[in-house]
Design a protein around this ligand. Structure first.
Ligand code: SF4
Ligand code: SF4
Length: 186
């Protein structure tokens, strides 16, 4: 690794991530402010600052196969705290997309499944229809029993609607999905 103009020169993959995401990973000097403020760091296999270092070192496989990118709750605390304006939350998004695209989702596999189910519910109905989404998610994970009691309680109290509510701007939402798919293909 080389230091140049106060920045750490990243090997090929790190530079690729930097160019594609527009996030200046090479500016990280490991102050750990991101990890110290992260509310879910206890469940991660690599702390956010460590993940950044791994990208700088070009450890692509370990980064894309990590649990960290799926445990991240996108709360943006880290991005706000970083003295170098590194948007770590956005970087996590970028890494999640790369992990899916390259078939490297290894840990926390249910999280991307939940993301996909959540988004397809929005695309279908214009907004989330929880009951249908939960059913679809359970079918995908083949886990029909966990949270059954909680689900029933929510249904009994009217928190889960039987039918989806319509939205006026469904066409606009479909347009957002199409544009995002076009971006992905570029
Ligand atoms: S807060 Fe920013 S500079 Fe500090 S370790 Fe995290 S990413 Fe690096
Ligand atoms: S955005 Fe993710 S990595 Fe950053 S503090 Fe929140 S949960 Fe932690």
């Amino acid at each position: 690794m080389q230091i140049q103009g106060g920045l750490i020169r990243v090997p090929a993959w790190g530079a690729e991530v930097e160019a594609a995401s527009g996030i200046r990973i090479s500016a990280c000097y490991q102050c750990k402010k991101c990890s110290n403020g992260c509310p879910v760091v206890y469940a991660m296999d690599f702390q956010p600052n460590r993940l950044i270092r791994m990208i700088q070192l070009g450890l692509k496989e370990d980064v894309l196969r990590s649990a960290t990118i799926w445990v991240c709750a996108s709360c943006e605390t880290c991005s706000t705290r970083c003295p170098n304006d590194i948007d770590i939350a956005a970087l996590m998004d970028h890494l999640r997309q790369a992990a899916i695209r390259e078939g490297k989702v290894e840990k926390e596999k249910n999280t991307p499944l939940f993301h996909q189910t959540f988004l397809s519910s929005i695309r279908r109905n214009g907004r989330v229809h929880e009951l249908m989404m939960i059913g679809e998610y359970r079918l995908k994970t083949k886990d029909f029993l966990s949270d059954l009691r909680l689900g029933w309680e929510m249904f009994r109290r009217g928190r889960l609607k039987l039918f989806p509510a319509g939205v006026k701007s469904k066409g606009e939402i479909e347009e957002i999905f199409k544009r995002s798919e076009e971006e992905e293909r570029r």
